[in-house]
Design a protein around this ligand. Sequence first.
Ligand SMILES: *[C@@H]1O[C@H](CO)[C@@H](O)[C@H](O)[C@H]1NC(C)=O
Ligand SMILES: *[C@@H]1O[C@H](CO)[C@@H](O)[C@H](O)[C@H]1NC(C)=O
Ligand SMILES: *[C@@H]1O[C@H](CO)[C@@H](O)[C@H](O)[C@H]1NC(C)=O
Ligand SMILES: *[C@@H]1O[C@H](CO)[C@@H](O)[C@H](O)[C@H]1NC(C)=O
Ligand SMILES: *[C@@H]1O[C@H](CO)[C@@H](O)[C@H](O)[C@H]1NC(C)=O
Ligand SMILES: *[C@@H]1O[C@H](CO)[C@@H](O)[C@H](O)[C@H]1NC(C)=O
Length: 304
Amino acid sequence: ISSWSPLHGDWPRRLGNGAAGLLYPLLGACLWAAVVAYKPVIIVHGLFDSSGDFKNLQRFINESHPGTNVTVIDLFDRSASLQPMWKQVEGFKDAVYPIMQNAADGVHFICYSQGGLVCRGILSTLSDHNVHSFISLSSPQAGQYGDTDYLKYLFPQFVKSNLYHLCYTAVGQRVSICNYWNDPHHKDLYVNSSDYLALLNGERPSPNSTEWKKNFLMIKKLVLIGGPDDGVITPWQSSQFGFYNDNETVVEMQHQDLYLSDFFGLKTLAARGDVIICSVPGVEHVWWHSNETVFHSCIERWLV
Ligand SMILES: *[C@@H]1O[C@H](CO)[C@@H](O)[C@H](O)[C@H]1NC(C)=O
Ligand SMILES: *[C@@H]1O[C@H](CO)[C@@H](O)[C@H](O)[C@H]1NC(C)=O
Ligand SMILES: *[C@@H]1O[C@H](CO)[C@@H](O)[C@H](O)[C@H]1NC(C)=O
Ligand SMILES: *[C@@H]1O[C@H](CO)[C@@H](O)[C@H](O)[C@H]1NC(C)=O
Ligand SMILES: *[C@@H]1O[C@H](CO)[C@@H](O)[C@H](O)[C@H]1NC(C)=O
Ligand SMILES: *[C@@H]1O[C@H](CO)[C@@H](O)[C@H](O)[C@H]1NC(C)=O
């Protein structure tokens, strides 16, 4: 696990010593053009968003990596984002697959909030994906549990104390947020009921887990971005696979069963040095994709 600090890194060198360039200027120029062509970036939005919310992020990418082909997938917008997670995975998968097939050198994923869980589903079930950097931008990777003002606004009738009555039923599981609602006081209900996150995180066994792990491990980097002032993702450490125990103390990723069991490859990725944790204070949930400091500190260098 490496924590990236913008102050201590050096930029990845994209150009070699260029012997070929000295001997064959034209060939060198062609190689240069090929090597600096940035991989296409695919953006997957979160709950209640739509593609228009990513104008700033698109601008940051265009400014730092000119010529990058950025696609914000315009599916399951607004209230349609409440549809079940597996359904969204299938829809987004159909949209991203042709982009991957057009990208011989692979693509990058930037997946925001609930979109980070959609992307987990895609990366686990698509056996020939070519995603290099999977950038998870404040996504509840270990689940969500919190009656924040935002959630109260979205679901005025369901406060934290009784959301599990809705979520942990077959009907509740038809609502996206219930697919990853993780009530630490009713762990067995979550494990038995969650048709999505409990399967992906290996809290409930799935017949496809070996295949899913193999697929997920084809990514080159997992970048987990989050911060203490998020205000929506609860606990905020869920953006980095930390979560509450049954007395609501946050247990960090490295002490979570889902990490220790290496169920879906998280520990393997960390041992490879390919899990990057980027924590930024002072960012509220709705600003993650529009904050230029976040882009420069946590995202930019993984888009090469
Ligand atoms: C990218 O930046 C260039 C130069 O500033 C500008 O002309 C172009 O319209 C931008 N493209 C997008 C998609 O923002
Ligand atoms: C960007 O990628 C999409 C999907 O692969 C493709 O349809 C489109 O033509 C590309 N745009 C440019 C300017 O290359
Ligand atoms: C969860 O499932 C297990 C195994 O099927 C069962 O023994 C247990 O009673 C279930 N727990 C709840 C709360 O439904
Ligand atoms: C496992 O994979 C099979 C075939 O790929 C699929 O039909 C099935 O729905 C998958 N199971 C789950 C739990 O996703
Ligand atoms: C809560 O759990 C943590 C970790 O298991 C433990 O250290 C702490 O003492 C517990 N706190 C209470 C009030 O039970
Ligand atoms: C952007 O992030 C920085 C922290 O890196 C924070 O100080 C600033 O308030 C943020 N701006 C917004 C609009 O979120």
